[in-house]
Design a protein around this ligand. Structure first.
Ligand SMILES: [Zn+2]
Length: 631
């Protein structure tokens, strides 16, 4: 009897919750802008209506933001910040009935919580922290040509995960800590009379934070207007552009702002720039704002970055003479050109330091890159000319722009990729040119370093055996991706290369060994991705078992870890893995990073990282063969 009664109550509860869910907003994620001025709360299902309440908790003083009618779909989390306006932020499902998601923020000394503003753009919630204090050292990308690189989207901060597992339950009936009615606030502006409230139960934090976890940075396009036949795009966060491209019939130029969200009132709005020129703003994808300018002079448009990096002026080059672009004049403090070599790539960095924030534009053409510094004193232009032309960026052109301003044009190859980074105070600009280099040491020495060599590459797991898994990412796919890249690199070097599996199929360990032993290869490399219960652990390990494999392990390991941070080097180990124990050839097993570490997982999925790892494995194999043969 009792049971039936309970069942009826539960099913009634369940039904009533379902109806609540139907109109309930989902809070999916929280991300932090690298400018330290914006926090972005991504939501869905709100249909543009967001109901937010703010208030203050005491002992210590903290601000809370309650998102009404909302379910948290991500894990509740606690974030610690080393510097900036906030020292901590927590997000949790505060109450289930009514469903309320709560964000609690603790300020850093000197930051007044009253400077926290909450707004909503496109149904998402933006928490704006005033007292914008740019970091002196952090360089943020403002222009990039390589897309989807994990490095571009993330910044280092410390994150703590929350311990209380019961709160991560999807079905929130039992989870709500009682909400004292007095804690609720009905105002959007922080009322001063809500102080001295007992803090509610807050999630318990694990003391050891993730190190080096990274977060998204974003730009929010909140306004756009026409000025002197040009369009100003204005917002919050740090603006960043992708490589501009052109379309014809009619002539158009496309400016994409990655990792950005535009206000819905701006979307698809057409701005008349002149009788025959228009600009249109659209949300091209959930994370990309696109501005299309239709003009017979589409190719003349360039993007001018404001000194606060929060505004873009899209204007024709010749019309810029009529626009007052700056209020301060800056001197160049230093110019440096640094050249480095990576495998198959040479990198030139032009590093410019200024006395004041700069207003600049960047235009990439097929054969050159044009950098215009509009508010920079040009009296010492010969010095700048000499400095750049005596460096590896020779044949650059440097000219004055009117009384104030410098124009630098650097020749590039068609296949050069450009990255531009700027310090958040706009006093340092770094232009990075990456050019494919076909004359690196490896290629120069011998075209066929590895001819007459037979190599077996063994991508770990496959088919019904996914290997390690986190967040839908499976080891078997990462190992196959990287293995295929290694195979193609080795073939380029003239080796006969065999792979134990070339698709997502299951191959037993003994079959892998038999396959290799029948081929009698010169060496065997097994590729794996590591995992740990401890989500902080990251780095690269190389394993060998037999004495004939020690040199191979050392050469490959040295080559890979030389490419990455020091903290990725976990070392070379003697381990009894089946495939390296039972193959006859010198054999190693590589653990190329941890799928369980949020940052490393992101990196391992990044194609550029995979290529880099594959190149370094190849380089290690070449070094091993060259050095052991000459003995
Ligand atoms: Zn594995």
């Amino acid at each position: 009897m009792m049971r039936i009664f309970l069942k009826i109550i539960l099913s009634f509860l369940f039904l009533s919750f379902q109806t609540v869910y139907a109109n309930t907003m989902k809070v999916n994620d929280i991300t932090f802008d690298s400018s330290d001025s914006v926090i972005f709360v991504a939501t869905s299902g709100s249909e543009g209506e967001v109901n937010i309440k703010k208030g203050i908790l005491s002992n210590p003083e903290r601000i809370f933001i309650d998102i009404q009618d909302a379910i948290l779909t991500k894990k509740q989390s606690s974030y610690d910040f080393k510097n900036g306006n906030l020292s901590n932020l927590k997000i949790s499902q505060f109450s289930a009935n009514p469903p309320v998601v709560r964000i609690v923020m603790t300020n850093s000394p000197g930051f007044d919580l009253k400077n926290v503003k909450v707004m909503s753009i496109g149904g998402n919630i933006i928490i704006k922290l005033q007292n914008y204090k740019p970091s002196q050292n952090y360089l943020t990308p403002i222009y990039r040509e390589v897309q989807n690189s994990a490095y571009d989207y993330f910044e280092k901060v410390r994150i703590n995960q929350v311990e209380n597992e019961s709160l991560q339950n999807d079905f929130p009936i039992a989870l709500s800590p009682a909400v004292p009615p007095s804690v609720r606030s009905n105002t959007v502006v922080i009322p001063t009379d809500i102080k001295n409230i007992t803090p509610p139960n807050e999630p318990v934090r694990i003391n050891q934070p993730f190190l080096n976890s990274k977060l998204l940075s974003r730009f929010f396009v909140s306004n756009a207007f026409v000025k002197n036949g040009s369009i100003v795009i204005s917002g919050t966060g740090i603006v960043n552009l992708e490589k501009v491209f052109y379309l014809s019939n009619p002539e158009r130029v496309i400016f994409d702002i990655p990792n950005s969200v535009s206000d819905s009132k701006l979307r698809n709005k057409i701005f008349m720039l002149s009788e025959q020129e228009t600009a249109k703003i659209g949300q091209f994808s959930p994370t990309k704002t696109r501005i299309v300018i239709t003009s017979p002079d589409a190719h003349k448009y360039r993007a001018v970055y404001s000194d606060d990096l929060q505004n873009l002026l899209l204007a024709k080059d010749d019309s810029l003479k009529n626009v007052k672009l700056f209020s301060t004049t800056s001197d160049i403090l230093s110019i440096n050109v640094k050249t480095s070599q990576e495998y198959k790539t040479s990198i030139h960095k032009l590093i410019l330091d200024f006395s004041e924030p700069i207003v600049h534009s960047l235009k990439r053409n097929n054969n050159n890159i044009e950098l215009k510094l509009y508010n920079v004193n040009n009296s010492g232009i010969e010095k700048i000319f000499n400095k750049i032309n005596n460096s590896d960026l020779k044949n650059s052109q440097i000219n004055k722009i009117g009384d104030i301003g410098i124009f630098i044009s650097v020749p590039i190859q068609n296949d050069t990729t450009i990255d531009c980074l700027e310090n958040l105070n706009a006093k340092r600009l770094v232009l990075m040119l990456k050019s494919p280099n076909y004359s690196t040491q490896i290629q120069k020495n011998t075209k066929h370093n590895l001819s007459k060599k037979t190599i077996v590459i063994d991508p770990g797991h496959g088919g019904s055996d996914p290997g390690a898994m986190r967040e839908n990412v499976q080891e078997k796919n990462l190992t196959l991706d990287i293995a295929k890249l290694v195979v193609s690199n080795l073939k380029e070097q003239g080796a006969s290369v065999y792979i134990t599996r070339n698709d997502d199929s299951f191959i037993s360990l003994s079959d892998r060994v038999t396959f290799s032993n029948n081929l009698k290869p010169d060496l065997f490399v097994s590729i794996h991705i590591n995992a740990s219960e401890n989500e902080e652990v990251n780095g690269i390990e190389t394993h060998y078992y037999k004495d004939n494999s020690i040199d191979l392990a050392k050469y490959i390991h040295k080559s890979i870890v030389s490419q990455f941070d020091e903290n990725t080097n976990r070392g070379v180990f003697k381990s009894r893995f089946y495939v390296i124990k039972n193959t006859t050839a010198p054999a190693v097993l590589l653990e190329l990073g941890f799928i369980s570490n949020i940052e490393e997982r992101g990196l391992l999925m990044d194609e550029n990282r995979q290529k880099k790892i594959a190149e370094k494995i190849t380089e290690g194999i070449i070094n091993y063969i060259n050095n052991t043969e000459s003995k």
